[in-house]
Design a protein around this ligand. Structure first.
Ligand SMILES: Cc1cc2nc3c(=O)[nH]c(=O)nc-3n(C[C@H](O)[C@H](O)[C@H](O)COP(=O)(O)O)c2cc1C
Length: 170
């Protein structure tokens, strides 16, 4: 089985739009919102694309019990992902949250590293203007950073280039 699944949250906004664009660009892929993910989803697939927004450290903590990401991270923690490849994307706003830009991407990254996933899809920080991010390591983000609030015109070409890249890395 060599199927790919795209998991995303939240629904109804920029993340879902980006998820649909990425899925369309990728081609053969299943797409599921994170609240519908089951143990079976994690076992069944061996390639994952996972996307989230950033709601700030305080908001993320404050919604701890409400966000379906928390349930997902708990289920994920019971699995061994060492034979699975994972590519991440994250939405953020570099002008309003320059010191927490795409932090949510960093939080999801940590959860997959914790289960030893093979992480692919790193993306250059060039072309972004921010001061700090949990998702940045040196000159790279740990996945694709998208900013629909400030750089919406760049999203399509970023998605096209990134999907091409992860298809080679998968
Ligand atoms: C309450 C709130 C907090 C946010 N905190 C951050 C943040 O810490 N870092 C960041 O990069 N973007 C932050 N954003 C921006 C969102 O991540 C961004 O607008 C994203 O595109 C929203 O995706 P959605 O439409 O799928 O919800 C925040 C937005 C809101 C409304």
């Amino acid at each position: 089985m060599n199927k790919t699944v795209l998991i995303f949250w939240p629904k109804g906004g920029n993340v879902e739009n980006a998820a649909n664009m990425i899925a369309k660009e990728f081609g053969e892929i299943d797409i599921v919102s994170v609240d519908k993910v089951t143990e079976d989803t994690l076992v069944q697939y061996n390639k994952f694309i996972v996307g989230t927004s950033s709601l700030g450290a305080e908001t993320w903590e404050g919604t701890k019990n409400k966000s379906p990401w928390n349930a997902f991270i708990t289920i994920l923690g019971k699995h061994d992902f060492s034979n699975k490849k994972v590519a991440l994307f994250g939405l953020g706003d570099q002008v309003l949250w320059p010191s927490n830009f795409v932090d949510g991407l960093g939080t999801i990254y940590a959860a997959f590293v914790n289960v030893k996933a093979q992480m692919v899809g790193k993306w250059s920080t060039e072309g972004y203007d921010f001061t700090d991010s949990k998702a940045a390591e040196g000159n790279s983000f740990v996945g694709l950073a998208l900013d629909e609030d400030q750089q919406a015109e760049l999203s399509e070409e970023r998605i096209q280039a990134w999907v091409k890249q992860i298809k080679e890395e998968f």
